[in-house]
Design a binder for this molecule. Structure first.
Ligand code: ZN
Length: 453
């Protein structure tokens, strides 16, 4: 057992040779002293072997599940006879500035914090140390700097925390490698402006494509800071806008049947609406089932027909939506820039002249974003440009934030998200200087709710 613990204690084999004495106190606790050797005075650099005394240090070294392991280390202090300075000896098993936990434990703690579903408290329990100690270890060794902007970047906001200063944070990702380049505390224009302004112009000018959602602010931002790039809107976001318009039409028609909630029309519009939002290509006409609203055996395709029969506006709106879906779903091999532009223009025209107010509004939006929509018909290694990489991270981010009960500390959350989501993200083994922990607030007096007087 002693040997086993020793092995895990030191990072290198040679450290083992430095150990003078090891006493086994219990199965999992050890007491050890290092060999005496020449040390150099940190002040005057003269050598010394003169021992001033020993202090006993307790080092947490839990490397076995459910077993608390402690090293009692007789830490020697040397005295420099030249300048009278005294200093502690160097040791192979703790990191500088982190004398109470073995370096082996620190590395394991950091690796255990990497999965998106691990929590500070789980890890604390596993290593028999306090939660605040785990947080402290994380803050000290995991501080991830921003990464250089890549050729194709995705920009998008995500919901952070309703209690923090800024509710929405902002993510920058590399489309090709699918790694997070940076996460910013706020999506506010001023905040983003000063961030991108701080990035050297040459670096920004190397960006070829910027992918955004259909927000005017982001478009302005991209055109100011990425002069060489073409700005593209996320195709999923455009499709969502169009589906939203269709859904508004559906609700408007449904209101006509407000007085007859038990009519077939009302029920179909209320409970079967997902079928009209589905792409036509995904409508199933093979599987038959009993539909309770219609009262007969049928398939999805027939239900769709029944819904569209209800109202001519709904039918036209549905056709407009499907026109856009077909246009959007074109493939790389058959893509032709000129044809695509003409197609988009004719869809916009069809929407404008449809006499359906939700879609004339929609036509207006598409008109404003025409260039950025057309720019998004670019395929990189078979993948169409989109904000998909960020969407793909959203669920993990949500999980990380909810596991921590909603991070209050933005920097810590940022490091946590990037550390867990980017493959090959490293931690350092020297402490970072930046203080992540915010100075605590003094607890003020509080009144009990039902206090009288
Ligand atoms: Zn000295």
């Amino acid at each position: 057992m002693k040997k086993f613990i020793m092995k895990a204690l030191a990072l290198s084999e040679e450290a083992y040779d430095q150990i003078e004495e090891v006493k086994s106190l219990e199965d999992f606790n050890l007491e050890l002293t290092l060999k005496k050797k020449v040390h150099y005075c940190p002040k005057c650099d003269k050598e010394t072997m003169y021992v001033k005394g020993y202090t006993k240090r307790k080092i947490s070294h839990s490397f076995l599940l459910n077993r608390e392991t402690t090293i009692f280390y007789n830490c020697r202090r040397y005295l420099c006879k030249h300048c009278r300075a005294s200093f502690t000896e160097s040791n192979p098993f703790t990191l500088k500035d982190q004398t109470k936990i073995s370096s082996y434990s620190i590395i394991s703690i950091l690796n255990d914090l990497r999965p998106y579903n691990s929590t500070f408290s789980d890890v604390a329990r596993r290593y028999h140390i306090s939660v605040s100690k785990v947080v402290d270890v994380f803050d000290s060794y995991v501080q991830i700097p921003r990464k250089k902007l890549s050729r194709i970047i995705c920009l998008d906001e995500f919901y952070f925390n309703s209690h923090s200063k800024y509710k929405y944070a902002f993510m920058i990702m590399d489309f090709e490698k699918k790694i997070i380049l940076d996460i910013l505390e706020s999506r506010h224009t001023q905040f983003l402006n000063s961030y991108f302004y701080s990035i050297p112009r040459e670096e920004r000018n190397n960006v070829d494509y910027v992918i955004i959602d259909m927000y005017k602010n982001y478009c302005d931002l991209a055109s100011i800071f990425f002069k060489e790039a073409s700005v593209c809107v996320d195709p999923f976001h455009v499709v969502k806008k169009i589906n939203d318009s269709l859904n508004i039409v559906r609700k408007r028609i449904m209101r006509k049947y407000n007085d007859t909630h038990d009519s077939k029309e009302y029920k179909l519009l209320k409970y079967r609406y997902k079928i009209i939002l589905k792409n036509r290509d995904n409508i199933n006409s093979d599987a038959f089932y009993y539909d309770r609203i219609l009262g007969f055996h049928t398939n999805e395709n027939r239900v769709l027909e029944e819904i569209l029969k209800i109202d001519v506006d709904l039918r036209v709106a549905y056709q407009l939506k499907e026109m856009y879906i077909q246009f959007n779903d074109q493939e790389e091999l058959t893509h032709n820039a000129k044809k695509t532009r003409i197609q988009l223009e004719s869809i916009i025209e069809a929407m404008e002249t449809s006499d359906i107010k939700e879609f004339t509004y929609c036509a207006n939006t598409l008109m404003n974003w025409k260039k950025e929509i057309l720019n998004s018909f670019v395929w990189i290694n078979g993948r169409r440009l989109s904000n998909g990489p960020i969407e793909g991270k959203n669920n993990y981010v949500k999980k990380i934030l909810s596991n921590a009960n909603g991070f209050r500390n933005f920097d810590r959350a940022r490091n946590r998200i990037i550390f867990s989501q980017n493959q090959f993200e490293k931690f350092s083994l020297t402490k970072h200087k930046k203080e992540i922990k915010k100075p605590g607030k003094n607890r003020g007096k509080y009144k009990k709710k039902n206090q009288k007087g």
